[in-house]
Ligand binder design. Structure first.
Ligand code: PGA
Length: 249
C-alpha cells in the first residue's frame, strides 16, 4: 500500500552563489513559497544569509558535515554548527563527495549517524556510475550503499532519513534517468527499507536527482516511489526551481 508521503524537493547549489546572487534568488523565491516540503542547500558560508531569507516554512540544510565532533579538524564543519545556524537537513554522501573527495560507504554511514545524533535529518545519496549500470550492477551498488547506512540507524530513526537516488551518469549531464529507469531503482530501495521495517519504510522519502528540469519533473514525481527531487543546476534559478517545486505540489 503506497503511503501518502509528502513530496520533498531540495535545491543543491553546490559550490555556486554570491551574496548578491543569493539575495536576488531569495527575494524571487519568497514571492511564492512552495507547498511541498522544500530545503535549500547553499555553500556553508552562505547559510546565515539563506536561513534569514527563507520564508513560508522552507528549510535550509548543509551540503555536507564532518563525521567528527568539534575539534582539531581544519577545514571541516561540524553538525553542531549546522544546527546552531538553523539547518534542519544535511546531504551526506553526494556522489561528488564520493568521487572527488574519497568518501567511502563507511564514512558516509558515519556522517549519517552523526547527523541523526544531532537531530539533523540526513539525505543519503546513492547511485551507480555509467560503467556499473552498463555492467548490470545498478541494484547491487545501490543496495550496498543503502545497507551501509541502514547498518548504523535504528528502525525508530528510519523515518528521519531521506534517500536520494542520483545515478552518476545523470548528474549535470542533461541526461536524466527516465521515469521507468528511476522507478525501478526507487522501488528496490523501498523494498530494502521495508525489509528493515515496513511501516517506517513507508514514511521514508526516496527522491530522485540527476538533470531534473521543469520539463521532466512532473513525469518523474508521478512515479509511485519517487517522492520528490534533489535539484542541482536547475536550482540556481529561483523561477526554474519554483517550477520544479510546483510539479511536486
Ligand atoms: P543536477 O545535479 O540537477 O545538476 O544534475 C543534481 C545533484 O547533484 O544533486
Amino acid at each position: 500500500m503506497p503511503m501518502n508521503r509528502r513530496k520533498l524537493v531540495g535545491a543543491n547549489w553546490k559550490m555556486n552563489g554570491s551574496l548578491e546572487a543569493n539575495a536576488k534568488w531569495l527575494k524571487e523565491f519568497a514571492a511564492d513559497p512552495p507547498k511541498c516540503e522544500t530545503v535549500v542547500f547553499p555553500p556553508f558560508v552562505y547559510l546565515p544569509q539563506v536561513v534569514a531569507g527563507l520564508v513560508g516554512g522552507v528549510a535550509a540544510g548543509g551540503q555536507n558535515l564532518s563525521q567528527h565532533a568539534p575539534g582539531a579538524y581544519t577545514g571541516e564543519v561540524a553538525g553542531e554548527m549546522l544546527v546552531e545556524i538553523g539547518c534542519h537537513w544535511v546531504i551526506v554522501g553526494h556522489s561528488e563527495r564520493r568521487a572527488r573527495f574519497n568518501e567511502v560507504d563507511l564514512m558516509v554511514a558515519a556522517k549519517a549517524r552523526r547527523a541523526l545524533d544531532l537531530g539533523l535529518r540526513p539525505i543519503v545519496c546513492v547511485g551507480e556510475t555509467l560503467a556499473e549500470r552498463q555492467a548490470g550492477k545498478t541494484l547491487e551498488v545501490v543496495s550496498r550503499q543503502v545497507a551501509s547506512v541502514l547498518s548504523v540507524c535504528s528502525v525508530a530513526e528510519l523515518g528521519q532519513l531521506a534517500v536520494a537516488y542520483e545515478p552518476r551518469w545523470a548528474i549535470g549531464t542533461g541526461h536524466a534517468a527516465t521515469p521507468d529507469e528511476a522507478q525501478e531503482v526507487h522501488k528496490a530501495i523501498r523494498a530494502q527499507l521495508s525489509a528493515a521495517d515496513q511501516t517506517a519504510a513507508g514514511q521514508v522519502r526516496v527522491i530522485y536527482g540527476g538533470s531534473v528540469t521543469k520539463e521532466n519533473a512532473g513525469d518523474l514525481f508521478a512515479e509511485p516511489d519517487i517522492d520528490g527531487g534533489l535539484i542541482g543546476g536547475a536550482s540556481l534559478d529561483a523561477r526554474l526551481f519554483r517550477a520544479i517545486c510546483a510539479a511536486a505540489e
